[in-house]
Design a protein around this ligand. Structure first.
Ligand code: PLP
Length: 217
C-alpha cells in the first residue's frame, strides 16, 4: 500500500514540488518502503524515533526535523538531520549553530511561522519572521533557506488557505529584500488534507503522513 500511495502522489505533484514523508510513529520498515517507492525526504518529529529508523534506513533519504526541538536534544539532532524546519527563536538557532560548529557542519534551516497565531503552537508570528531572520543570519553554521508552517488544524482544506497565503506573502517579501547568508528557497506547507491548497498557494515541499502510511493509531 505504501508503495502505491507514494507512486500516486509523486505522479500527482507538479514539477518543483518535493514530497516529504512525515514519519512520526512509523516503523523503519514502513519508512524504507516509502524511500524505495521514491520518497527523497523523511520528516521526523521526535529525535529518538528518527535515531531508531536511521539505524536501519541510513542515508538513503534526507532527514528533516519537523517537530518542536528542545535545546537538550540539539547536539544529537544536528548529527542526524540534514535540515531543521522548525527554528523559531534566537536561542534555538544559537544552540544549533554552536553544536554544528563543533562538528564542522552548516545546517540548513527553515523558520517556522505560527500562521494561525495559536497560543499553544510553536513558530513566530508572520510579522516577527524578518527580525528573527536578521538576528540569526550571521550565524556561520546555520543557513536559512525558507519558511515552514502548519496552520490551524481543520477538517476542511479550504480553511487552511488564508494561513498558507499569509506565509507565502512573507516568503515573497523576504525574497525581494535579500539578507546576506539567507536564501528564500523552500516553502514547506501542506499535509494530507491540505497539500493541494498549499501547492496552489506556493508550497514547494509538502509534508504528508497519513496519505502515504495510512491512518495513525
Ligand atoms: C504529522 C505531521 C504532518 C503530516 O500529517 P498528515 O496529516 O498525517 O499528513 C506534517 N507536518 C508535521 C509537522 C506533522 O507533525
Amino acid at each position: 500500500m505504501i508503495k502505491q500511495n507514494v507512486t500516486k502522489l509523486l505522479g500527482e505533484l507538479p514539477a518543483g514540488v518535493t514530497l516529504e514523508a512525515a514519519a512520526k510513529t512509523r516503523t523503519a520498515e514502513e519508512i524504507g518502503q516509502a524511500i524505495e517507492a521514491g520518497v527523497k525526504i523523511i520528516g521526523e518529529n521526535y529525535l529518538q524515533e528518527a535515531e531508531r529508523a536511521y539505524e536501519i534506513v541510513g542515508n538513503s533519504a534526507e532527514w528533516h526535523f519537523i517537530g518542536h526541538l528542545q535545546s537538550n536534544k540539539v547536539k544529537k539532532a544536528v548529527n542526524l538531520f540534514d535540515m531543521i524546519e522548525t527554528v523559531d527563536s534566537v536561542a534555538i538557532a544559537g544552540e544549533i549553530d554552536k553544536r554544528c560548529a563543533q562538528i564542522n557542519k552548516v545546517m540548513p534551516v527553515l523558520i517556522e511561522i505560527n500562521s494561525g497565531r495559536e497560543k499553544q503552537k510553536s513558530g513566530v508570528f508572520p510579522e516577527e519572521a524578518e527580525q528573527l531572520i536578521r538576528d540569526i543570519s550571521d550565524l556561520a553554521h546555520i543557513k536559512i533557506m525558507g519558511l515552514m508552517t502548519m496552520g490551524p488544524f481543520s477538517g476542511d482544506p479550504e480553511d487552511a488557505r488564508p494561513y498558507f497565503v499569509a506565509t507565502r506573502k512573507i516568503f515573497e517579501e523576504l525574497k525581494r529584500k535579500p539578507i546576506p547568508n539567507v536564501e528564500m528557497k523552500y516553502l514547506s506547507m501542506g499535509m494530507t488534507n491540505s497539500y493541494k491548497v498549499a501547492i496552489e498557494e506556493g508550497a514547494n515541499i509538502v509534508r504528508i503522513g497519513s496519505k502515504i502510511f495510512g491512518e495513525r493509531y
